[in-house]
Design a binder for this molecule. Structure first.
Ligand code: HEM
Length: 157
């Protein structure tokens, strides 16, 4: 097995773990908590479960980015970023950048505090915003996965 195949496997494993986790939080955890847990208990329960995933997602994001940049270098793919035919390469980089900023910069600096403070004063409204944001990020991520699969295996671009 060559380096490229190994990097590809690592890339896909990291994406499965990371976007799979985002799916679970978006489609199961958030709606379940909003529907079944009292407003006063939501924050603690959500934080207990989500913070474990946020830690793991940081590792997956780093692995996905490192393997992605390595593959781009190995296949001489940097010039793809200059062509709109390879929109899915831009999409991969864009999704990675958004999550990297959220997980490594925004959350520790202000997002976590904003969420906590707002959830205490308006649980319903805050969880609605958080779920909507997760929906948007999940949608963009899934379109990116489909685009990358078609781009790599479907002969588009
Ligand atoms: C810094 C960020 C990223 C870079 C530089 C990157 C780069 C790459 C490269 C070079 C390939 C192989 C392309 C080829 O064989 O022609 C690839 C494959 C792929 N990437 Fe990314 N990627 C990144 C992030 C992501 C993200 C965030 C996702 C999902 C949301 C993603 C999903 C995929 C998928 C599904 C494949 C196809 C794997 C296969 O079947 O061969 N990538 N990526």
């Amino acid at each position: 097995m060559d380096d490229l195949a190994l990097a590809r496997a690592l890339h896909v494993l990291a994406i499965v773990h990371w976007i799979g986790g985002v799916s679970l939080v978006t489609l199961v955890l958030l709606p379940g908590i909003r529907r079944n847990v009292r407003a006063s208990e939501r924050l603690e329960l959500f934080e207990m479960i989500e913070s474990r995933f946020a830690f793991q997602a940081r590792i997956s994001t780093v692995l996905a980015g490192a393997s992605g940049f390595y593959m781009t270098h190995q296949i001489g793919g940097w010039e793809r970023f200059a062509s709109s035919d390879f929109w899915w390469m831009h999409a991969m980089f864009g999704v990675w950048l958004i999550f990297t900023i959220v997980l490594f910069v925004a959350e520790p600096l202000f997002l976590h505090r904003w969420f906590k403070d707002r959830a205490i004063s308006d649980s319903e409204g805050t969880f609605r915003i958080v779920q909507r944001m997760h929906f948007i990020l999940l949608g963009v991520s899934l379109v990116t996965v489909a685009g990358a699969m078609i781009g790599v295996h479907g002969g588009v671009g």
